[in-house]
Design a protein around this ligand. Sequence first.
Ligand SMILES: C[S@@+](CC[C@H](N)C(=O)[O-])C[C@H]1O[C@@H](n2cnc3c(N)ncnc32)[C@H](O)[C@@H]1O
Length: 246
Amino acid sequence: MTGRVSIVGLGPGSAALVTPEVAAALAEATDVVGYGPYVARVSSRPGLVLHPSDNRVELERAAHALDLAMAGRRVVVVSSGDPGVFAMASALFEAIERSPHYLAVEVAVLPGITAMLAAAARIGAPLGHDFCAINLSDNLKPWPLIERRLRLAAQADFAMAFYNPRSASRPHQFSQVLDILRDECGDARLIMFARAVTTPDEQIHTTTLGEAEPDMADMRTVVLLGNGATRRLGRYVYTPRSARAG
Ligand SMILES: C[S@@+](CC[C@H](N)C(=O)[O-])C[C@H]1O[C@@H](n2cnc3c(N)ncnc32)[C@H](O)[C@@H]1O
């Protein structure tokens, strides 16, 4: 009998932000598959097999989960945040597309609270009007495409959320990102650095593009940029719900 794969989001870090639906899927699972640090967030118990794997092996991990399900196991694939945001849900469907016999597996995608929304909630309402999310890693897309999307989103006055802003293997690109944003939005635009949100290591810092430094971000940071109307209100930052024609 074919089993099932649930692709779940564990939220940004706090156990209080794991949804009851995800907790129930984990309670019924026979196997948990995922990147090591995410699998480490799941409590072990008798009868549950944990399968941690390295970073950047998403398709192999997805195929492993699907093979386990084909053998009748109840598999949960874990992502941080939401599984559909720069995470395992797309990788699983890519693996199915490559090997359509996996269509026999029942797949469920269970949402989680993504980093940008957890960060925005801590700060106030910086994403309260139109916004977009951009992954700044050029691992799966060319750098010129990232630059183009940044410029077009800035010209359209979107607020933005940046995932994977800076890593040891590409320390200089975030500096280029800040240069592009200053060029398009000016020095006064508000930018927020939210690190390890909802964990004991949480740090949140709001500044302007003129004052922003590349080392304010690392791979545990989601960066939010306001739109042209985003403003401070006491210790909060918010973006009004309305906009004038540009
Ligand atoms: C591979 S992406 C995964 C995103 C995840 N699926 C989500 O929905 O939040 C990893 C990036 O998410 C962001 N991120 C994940 N958890 C975070 C947290 N607790 N605080 C701040 N940023 C976080 C960082 O930008 C990190 O580099």
